[in-house]
Design a protein. Structure first.
Ligand SMILES: [Ca+2]
Ligand SMILES: [Ca+2]
Ligand SMILES: [Ca+2]
Ligand SMILES: [Ca+2]
Length: 391
C-alpha cells in the first residue's frame, strides 16, 4: 500500500472539512429541492475532489459521479438499505471491485480490529460472522476533527450510515465524507476481536517481477475474499526487503519457497520503515496482519501485502514475552501453551490445538511457541529451549 501522503490542511475554523458545504446533497435526494441540492452536491464533490491532490483526477471523478448518481445518471444510491460488510465486499468481478462502488450505503459494520492514524485516519472493521472471507473492510474518516476515528476503540462494534463505497488502489473503502451526511453508532464495547485467519503462504502469493513492463504483478485476484481481513502465515523467513511502491515491503518465504509480501506501515511498534524484529534472514514462527491490496496499473504495481499492527504480529519463535529475545523469561508462555491435544498429522492442527475448547486461547497467544509449526505446543517444541537455555 502506498505510504501516507500529505493531505490537504483542514485547520479548525479555517478550511472546512471535505465536502461540508454539500452535506445535505444526497440526504435531500427525495425532497422537492432534490435537483438543486444534488447539483450543489455535484459542485461540492468536485471541489472536494479537487482538494484531494493525492488522488488526482480519479477521485474528482468518483466524487462527482457519486453526486450524479442521485440525478439518475447511474444506478441509484442504496438509501436506507443496511448492508453487511460481506455484501459490500463480495464480488465475482475479475478486478475484485465491489458491486457497490460509487454508491452511498449503510453498513451493519463490525468490530474494530485496527486503527491507523496516518494522514487520513482509518479503522479496520471485521464482522466475526464471516471469519473465512469477505468479512472485513477499511473505513476512512474525512470529517475533521475525525470524531468517528477518535471515538471508535479496538473491540467496539461500529455501525455506519451514508458512507461512500470507493475502490482505491484495489482496496474497498467506506469513505466518511460530509457531503454524504454520514453518521455512525458505536453499538457495543469490549467485543472480542475476531482471530486472524490462518492461511498458507501459497494462498497469499507475492507479486512476480515482470521485466518487460518493469513492474510487479500478481497472477490473479483470487484472494480478494481476504481483503482487509487479518491473516496469519506460519514458519516464514525474510528473504528480501525494500520492495514495493513505497519501498516498505519485505518478502517472506516458507520452507517450500512460497513467498508473500509484508509491510509494517501500520505497526505501532515500528521504529522506522520496518519493525525492529525485521531483518534479512530473520525467521518467524508466524506473521499476522491486515491483508491489503495495492494496485496501480498505471505505475505497474499490483500486489497484496500483510500489514502488521504491533510486535505480537511478528512472532519470533520462542519469544514468549514478545520482547525480541529468547531467554528464561519466555518459559512461562511455553508452560501456558503446552496444554491441549497433540497434532499428529503432517499438516498440523487447523485451527491450532490451543484454540479449541476447553483451552480457548487466542490464535496469536501460542504461535511463537509452536516452533515446529504443526499447530500445537508440545514437548517437541521444547527441544530448542532445553538445548538453548538448559531447561
Ligand atoms: Ca480488492
Ligand atoms: Ca474489496
Ligand atoms: Ca523474550
Ligand atoms: Ca508444535
Amino acid at each position: 500500500m502506498r505510504k501516507p501522503k500529505p493531505s490537504h490542511t483542514v485547520a479548525q475554523g479555517s478550511v472546512r472539512p471535505v465536502g461540508e458545504q454539500g452535506s445535505a446533497a444526497l440526504g435531500d435526494a427525495t425532497l422537492p429541492h432534490r435537483s438543486v441540492s444534488v447539483l450543489k452536491g455535484v459542485a461540492a464533490a468536485m471541489r472536494a475532489g479537487a482538494r484531494r491532490e493525492a488522488r488526482g483526477r480519479w477521485a474528482l471523478g468518483t466524487a462527482a459521479v457519486a453526486a450524479l448518481l442521485a440525478l439518475g445518471a447511474a444506478p441509484s444510491p442504496v438509501v436506507g438499505q443496511m448492508l453487511r460488510i460481506d455484501q459490500i465486499q463480495y464480488t465475482t468481478a475479475g478486478d475484485g471491485g465491489s458491486p457497490y462502488a460509487g454508491q452511498v450505503v449503510n453498513c451493519d459494520g463490525g468490530v474494530v480490529v485496527g486503527k491507523f492514524a496516518g494522514t487520513r485516519p482509518r479503522l479496520v472493521l471485521q464482522d466475526p460472522g464471516y471469519p473465512h472471507g469477505w468479512g472485513a473492510i477499511q473505513v476512512k474518516d474525512w470529517v475533521y476533527p475525525y470524531q468517528m476515528y477518535t471515538d471508535a476503540q479496538i473491540g467496539d462494534w461500529v455501525k455506519l450510515y451514508n458512507m461512500m463505497v470507493e475502490e482505491f488502489r484495489g482496496t474497498t473503502l467506506l469513505q466518511r465524507q460530509s457531503v454524504y451526511n454520514p453518521s455512525y453508532t458505536i453499538v457495543s464495547h469490549g467485543n472480542p476481536t475476531p482471530p486472524p485467519k490462518l492461511v498458507a503462504v501459497s494462498t497469499v502469493p507475492a507479486p512476480v517481477y515482470d521485466p518487460v513492463r518493469d513492474g510487479w504483478f500478481v497472477a490473479d485476484h483470487a484472494v480478494e475474499y481476504l481483503e482487509s481481513m487479518r491473516v496469519t502465515v506460519r514458519d516464514v523467513s525474510v528473504v528480501a526487503i525494500d520492495l514495493g511502491k513505497a519501498y516498505d515491503n519485505y518478502e517472506l518465504t516458507d520452507p517450500l519457497e512460497h513467498r508473500c509480501w509484508v509491510s509494517d506501515y501500520m505497526n505501532v511498534d515500528a521504529t522506522g520503515v520496518y519493525h525492529p524484529f525485521v531483518a534479512m534472514g530473520r525467521h518467524f514462527c508466524a506473521v499476522t496482519g491486515v491483508f491489503e491490496q495495492y494496485t496501480n496499473l498505471s505505475e505497474d504495481w499490483d500486489y497484496y501485502q500483510i500489514i502488521t499492527q504491533s510486535s505480537v504480529d511478528l512472532a519470533l519463535c520462542g519469544d514468549g514475552d514478545v520482547d525480541g529475545d529468547r531467554d528464561v523469561d519466555d518459559w512461562a508462555r511455553f508452560v501456558e501453551c503446552v496444554t491441549g491435544p497433540m497434532c499428529e498429522g503432517e499438516a498440523g492442527c487447523d485451527p491450532p490445538a490451543w484454540t479449541l475448547p476447553p483451552w480457548n486461547r487466542g490464535l496469536q497467544d501460542c504461535l511463537m511457541m509452536d516452533r515446529d509449526a504443526d499447530g500445537d505446543v508440545d514437548l517437541r517444541d521444547a527441544a530448542g529451549y532445553q538445548r538453548g537455555f538448559g531447561f
